[in-house]
Design a protein around this ligand. Sequence first.
Ligand SMILES: Cc1cc2nc3c(=O)[nH]c(=O)nc-3n(C[C@H](O)[C@H](O)[C@H](O)COP(=O)(O)OP(=O)(O)OC[C@H]3O[C@@H](n4cnc5c(N)ncnc54)[C@H](O)[C@@H]3O)c2cc1C
Length: 313
Amino acid sequence: MTTFPDIVPDLKSRMPELRGRLMANAPLKDLTWFRVGGPAQALFSPADEADLAYFLARLPAEVPVTVIGLGSNLIVRDGGVPGVVIRLGGKGFGAIAVEEGHRLRVGTAVPDVKVARAAADAAIDGLAFYRGIPGSIGGALRMNAGAHGGETTDVLIEARGVDRRGEVRVFRHSDMGFAYRHSSAPADVIFTEALFQGRPGDQAAILAEMERVTEAREAAQPIKEKTGGSTFKNPPGRKAWQLIDAAGCRGLTRGDAQVSEMHCNFLINRGSATAADIEGLGEDVRRRVYEHSGIELEWEIKRIGVEADWDGA
Ligand SMILES: Cc1cc2nc3c(=O)[nH]c(=O)nc-3n(C[C@H](O)[C@H](O)[C@H](O)COP(=O)(O)OP(=O)(O)OC[C@H]3O[C@@H](n4cnc5c(N)ncnc54)[C@H](O)[C@@H]3O)c2cc1C
């Protein structure tokens, strides 16, 4: 397994008042749905937003920073991630508050599912679509996560975050640059909090809607597998899964990675796949789809880190 030079003692000496946890060569695979990939050179779990800002302000500019959420849309490459990986924990970033006017203020470590539940408990409609998305609110802001006719862009009022220089910033909806599974808010920003707008609703009807979402997912998606959800974005006017199916890729394998038989825009790790198997299989699918239909699929899954044979470590 990759081992990076230990940068933690140097970082700690620059940050005497750091309160969060900073670990060298921390495994990441168990922090992702695919369960693959190498370690983080350093993994930082800030105590709260002020601690995150303190850390970023003192982190040397040349150290790369990568943020991860619940790892449900992520391939960590086999050589691991150089620099610092930041993961927000529930202690400092897990609050949910119901506010006046059918609003919810939520820390970005909160799983989407919990937001759907909290909204239902408060009879707030409009957030039930989060019931089926297995990520955190931080990932939802970056990915404009959505399903079943709802998307993050429909419900977000504003988001807070900390930039690479350690400045806390507030982004109104119009600053988020939302598009299909994308936000063009500055790439260095680590979101810490979101404010959502719902509408008055009937609790029983919201719960029934959430139940429908759950059943639809269980029927159509391999949600119990090691997967990253939809691998490719739907090209305008097309469905990625149909293009993949038409190109004969359903069930295709590379090593222990497979195109799901159940939903062929999902890749799965059958047990011992490497990140290179999964990413390589994705590239095989892209090539075959291009040869078959002339359409270039765009990755929705984020791939981070370096390959196993990277020699910069
Ligand atoms: C079974 C399954 C079903 C899925 N179904 C759906 C679906 O219906 N709709 C849908 O939209 N997605 C779906 N996904 C994909 C995934 O759940 C979403 O993209 C989710 O929003 C990712 O959140 P995460 O916390 O897991 O982020 P990660 O996968 O950890 O990261 C994804 C991206 O978000 C960034 N990010 C994470 N946290 C922060 C933060 N605090 N600040 C800034 N950037 C951050 C990361 O840097 C990365 O670029 C599915 C995935 C699986 C495994």
